[in-house]
Design a protein around this ligand. Structure first.
Ligand code: F6P
Length: 358
């Protein structure tokens, strides 16, 4: 049996751990297994850039961050698959057929899983494994990489807390997460942020400023705002998609935190600083939880392959691993549940989300 494997999209800490779980299970259970690793994501499949893997390639990589195969952003924007006469899907199908693959395992986030679904609909045997620090893949409670990113973002905020305290400053700290606020919400609570700004809860700058003043009056000398990179104001939430994109593209440093800090400076009389946790949130070793869950994700992926149960994405729902059709998840995002207990309870203890006075 010949299985292709690739990692696509932004990397995360547990890609190698997942591939190891999948490969070790296949080598263990099937004597005739051959694994082909495509380099740099879908590009490797498109341009026939691959390595024939050996069992030892998957040794000693459980706690290794990044991806031994390399990755790249998904090649399709709005499903525009033919560029300058080059048919990307046809090229990928050709490689798949030429190498006589029985299946392709794709480790990717939302964009990559959309492409995985497209390839599946084109008749390739595909399985998906949900990778992203953002935890925004629809249909699964967990995507591997998420907890490692939370841990790093939390430590980053911890460090900001001490310098903010020494100088009695307000800090606006950017946390990754693309269009959703899962990392920011978890790390913000874990690091004791005073204010958490999420894309799912448009903020009102006057409310944010009012909350800072209230907390300062109550004795707080420094304020830490955990701000998701996709956080939006009430005004921005009313813009069309096109207007919003233009606004984001022309922001200072393309980051919302500078804008928020600047707006706040007109309302509050305290020193304000910004800081970005950045790509470190995707880097380094996976945490223990990600090593464990990724290994289990990988094993579950291998089971789908051995059972020839293709066109599926491995998911983790209610603490159980399962699989759902790729077409169910393709193109959908999982947002923070703003009516859920986490947000509601955080508000009860005085964490502000910038939408209403606490
Ligand atoms: O999807 C993971 C992620 O780290 C997002 O949180 C972030 O918006 C994006 O990738 C950054 O992408 P890039 O590495 O291409 O700048």
């Amino acid at each position: 049996m010949r299985v292709g494997i690739l990692t696509s999209g932004g990397d995360c800490q547990a890609l190698n751990a997942t591939m190891r779980g999948l490969a070790k299970t296949l080598y263990q259970q099937k004597k005739d297994i051959e694994i082909i690793g495509f380099l740099d994501g879908y590009k490797g499949l498109m341009y026939e850039n691959y390595r024939i893997m050996k069992p030892e390639d998957f040794e000693d990589i459980l706690n290794l961050g990044g991806t031994i195969l390399g990755t790249s952003r998904c090649p399709f924007k709005k499903m525009r698959v033919i560029e300058n006469g080059f048919d990307k899907v046809a090229a990928m199908k050709k490689t798949y057929q030429k190498l006589k693959l029985d299946c392709l395992a794709i480790l990717g986030g939302n964009g990559s899983l959309k492409t995985a679904n497209l390839l599946s609909q084109e008749g390739l045997n595909v399985i998906g494994l949900p990778k992203t620090i953002d935890n925004d893949t629809w249909g699964t409670d967990y995507t591997f990489g998420f907890q490692s990113a939370i841990d790093i973002a939390t430590r980053y905020l911890d460090e900001i807390q001490t310098t903010a305290a020494s100088h009695s400053r307000v800090f606006v700290v950017e946390i990754m997460g693309h269009k959703v606020g899962h990392i920011c919400l978890s790390a913000g609570i874990a690091a004791g942020a005073d204010i958490i700004l999420l894309p799912e809860i448009p903020y009102d700058i006057e409310v944010v400023a009012g909350e800072i003043e209230k907390k300062v009056k109550a004795g707080k000398k420094h304020i830490v705002i955990a701000c998701a990179e996709g956080a939006i104001s009430k005004e921005e939430s009313l813009l069309s998609k096109k207007q919003y994109k233009l606004k984001v593209a022309t922001r200072e440093g393309h980051s919302v935190v500078y804008e928020i800090a600047n707006k706040l400076s007109h309302y509050i009389d305290k020193e304000i600083r910004v800081s970005c946790a950045g790509h470190a949130q995707r880097g380094g070793q996976p945490c223990a939880y990600d090593r464990e869950i990724s290994t289990l994700f990988g094993i579950e992926g291998a089971k789908l392959i051995m059972n020839k149960d293709f066109g599926k994405l491995v998911v983790f729902v209610n603490h159980r691993l399962d699989a759902i059709p790729l077409e169910e998840t393709a193109g959908k995002l999982k947002y923070v549940d703003v009516q859920g207990d986490t947000v509601k309870n955080a508000k009860l203890m005085g964490i502000s989300f910038g939408d209403e006075m606490t």
